[in-house]
Unconditional design. Structure first.
Length: 278
C-alpha cells in the first residue's frame, strides 16, 4: 500500500510545476549601458542568454538575434526611459512586446538565487504570469509626447512668472493688487511699460483694459514703488525668458494641431459636423 504522505508530497510537487504556455517567449533585463536577453532554454536545460549594448546598432543586432531564435513575444521591465528605444525597434519589427511593471514582478514568489533577471522574466512570461502595461499606438504616442513636453514648458513659464511677481513685490509695485492676473492683458502691458522705463503710476494705470473692474486711480495707487536697478534687471530677464517660453509653447501648439489633424481620416475631414440635437 502506498504511503499517503508520499502521495501528498508528489501531488504537491506536481501542482508547483510551471507549464510554458508561450514557448516562443523571451525576457530582457534593461540597463543604461547593457541589456541582457534570455530565450527559451535548450532541451537539456542549458540557458540561452546574450548581452547587448544600448547603442542603436546594438539594439538592431538584438532584434536580429531574436528573429534568429524565432522569438514571437518579449517581456521587459519599465525601467526609467531605457525601454523606449528598444520597445520602438522591437515593435516595428513585429514582435509582441510586453512592458511589465517592476512591482508586478516583485510580487511573484519562488525566484531562484542563481537565476539572472532576464531568465526570470523569460520564465514568468513563458508561463503567462506577466501582464503588459497599456501603451497606445504610435500616433497617440507622438501626440502624448508633444503634450507632455508642452505641459513641462508651461510649468517652467509659470515659475518665471512667479519670479516676475517676486521682483515686483521687492519694489513694492503691487500689480497683482491692481489686476487679478499679472499675465493678463493689463498686467503684461504694465510690466512691459516698466521695463521700457515708464515710472509714472498714472501713465501705467492708463494701460488698463476696459474690462478691468478697478478704475485708473485705484490702479495707480498700487503702482508706486522704489525702482531699484537690481530688481528692475531681474524683472527684465524674467520677462525675456517668459516671452521665449511663450514662443516655444506657440510652436508646440502648431505641431500638436498638425498631429491631431493627421489622426482624422480623409473621409471625416470632408464631412461637416452633424447638426445639434436640440
Amino acid at each position: 500500500m502506498q504511503d499517503k504522505n508520499v502521495t501528498r508530497k508528489t501531488r504537491k510537487r506536481q501542482s508547483r510545476s510551471l507549464k510554458a504556455v508561450q514557448p516562443d517567449a523571451a525576457g530582457i533585463d534593461l540597463g543604461s549601458r547593457e541589456h541582457w536577453v534570455a530565450c527559451p532554454p535548450l532541451p537539456d536545460g542549458s540557458p540561452i542568454v546574450e548581452r547587448f549594448g544600448t547603442t542603436t546598432p546594438e539594439l538592431l543586432r538584438l532584434a536580429d538575434w531574436l528573429k534568429q531564435q524565432r522569438i514571437v513575444t518579449v517581456a521587459m521591465e519599465s525601467t526609467g526611459v531605457y525601454w523606449i528605444p528598444l520597445f520602438e525597434i522591437l515593435d516595428s519589427r513585429g514582435f509582441e512586446v510586453h512592458l511589465v511593471n517592476a512591482r508586478q514582478i516583485s510580487r511573484v514568489a519562488g525566484r531562484k538565487t542563481d537565476m539572472l533577471d532576464c531568465q526570470w522574466l523569460q520564465l514568468l512570461h513563458a508561463c503567462g504570469l506577466l501582464r503588459g502595461s497599456f501603451r497606445p499606438g504610435d500616433d497617440i504616442c507622438r501626440l502624448r509626447a508633444l503634450i507632455r513636453e508642452r505641459n513641462s514648458i508651461v510649468d517652467q513659464r509659470s515659475d518665471w512668472l512667479r519670479r516676475m511677481q517676486k521682483s515686483l513685490d521687492q519694489m513694492n509695485v503691487c500689480v497683482h493688487h491692481a489686476v487679478s492676473d499679472i499675465s493678463g492683458v493689463t498686467g503684461m502691458a504694465i510690466i512691459r511699460a516698466i521695463i521700457d522705463g515708464e515710472r509714472d503710476p498714472q501713465v501705467l494705470a492708463r494701460l488698463r483694459d476696459r474690462r478691468c473692474q478697478k478704475s485708473e486711480n485705484q490702479i495707480a495707487e498700487e503702482l508706486t514703488g522704489n525702482w531699484r536697478p537690481e530688481h528692475l534687471f531681474n524683472l527684465g530677464q524674467a520677462l525675456k525668458v517668459y516671452d521665449q517660453l511663450s514662443a516655444v509653447i506657440a510652436d508646440y501648439d502648431i505641431e500638436i494641431l498638425k498631429c491631431i489633424d493627421s489622426l482624422h481620416s480623409p473621409a471625416s475631414k470632408d464631412s461637416s459636423a452633424p447638426p445639434p440635437a436640440s
